[in-house]
Design a protein around this ligand. Structure first.
Ligand SMILES: CC(C)(COP(=O)(O)OP(=O)(O)OC[C@H]1O[C@@H](n2cnc3c(N)ncnc32)[C@H](O)[C@@H]1OP(=O)(O)O)[C@@H](O)C(=O)NCCC(=O)NCCS
Length: 152
């Protein structure tokens, strides 16, 4: 797979059946490290209630990224203060292959909501490059958290 040839990359809406997998991913150390409010592991029951609310919420879209039919990550757009906030996670063994770029590009081409907002830690070089490479621009920073926006 490459940016020019996304190959067998596919995105599909997440369902409640994905709860276990999403719970595992959200509690991976590198995922927790990017969270804004708390970096404590998310308990199963809390996650399950959270997901149930999100799959029925028209302001929230969670898509599972599949590569050759296997889950490789997730992209979430969620309406919060100021616009739709973007969250993305790609499993470690599939990183650095352009999957996040191709997956987000696909989402951006289908979703017209703007602005899109990403909040990324200054030390998260891959995530900063990812969003900047897709046209997001830095609009602010609070402590080590950089805000990037895609306005159009
Ligand atoms: C951030 C993340 C989604 C990137 O996924 P990925 O599939 O590896 O990203 P891509 O291969 O599409 O690369 C995106 C850009 O980052 C760069 N990049 C990838 N890994 C990198 C690394 N370790 N260090 C620096 N840059 C890196 C790529 O070169 C590319 O930049 P370019 O467009 O200038 O060539 C993935 O690392 C991840 O899931 N991290 C944990 C969760 C997280 O941080 N999420 C973001 C918070 S919203």
């Amino acid at each position: 797979m490459s940016r020019d040839d996304p190959g067998a990359l596919r995105l599909r809406p997440a369902t409640i059946e994905d709860a276990r997998m999403l719970h595992k991913w959200v509690n991976e150390p590198d995922s927790l490290a990017q969270k804004n409010t708390t970096q404590e592991p998310v308990p199963w029951n809390v996650h399950n209630l959270w997901l149930e609310a999100r799959v029925d919420d028209p302001g929230c879209t969670i898509e599972i990224v599949e590569l050759e039919g296997d889950p490789a990550g997730q992209v979430r757009l969620e309406l919060k203060t100021g616009g739709h906030h973007v969250d993305i996670y790609i499993v470690p063994e599939q990183r650095g292959r352009g999957i996040a770029h191709v997956a987000l590009q696909d989402v951006l081409s289908r979703v017209s909501d703007r602005p899109l907002i990403a909040e990324v830690r200054r030390n998260n070089a891959a995530s900063l490059r990812l969003f900047l490479g897709l046209g997001f621009r830095e609009t602010g920073q609070e402590l080590d958290l950089v805000t990037l926006k895609l306005e159009e």
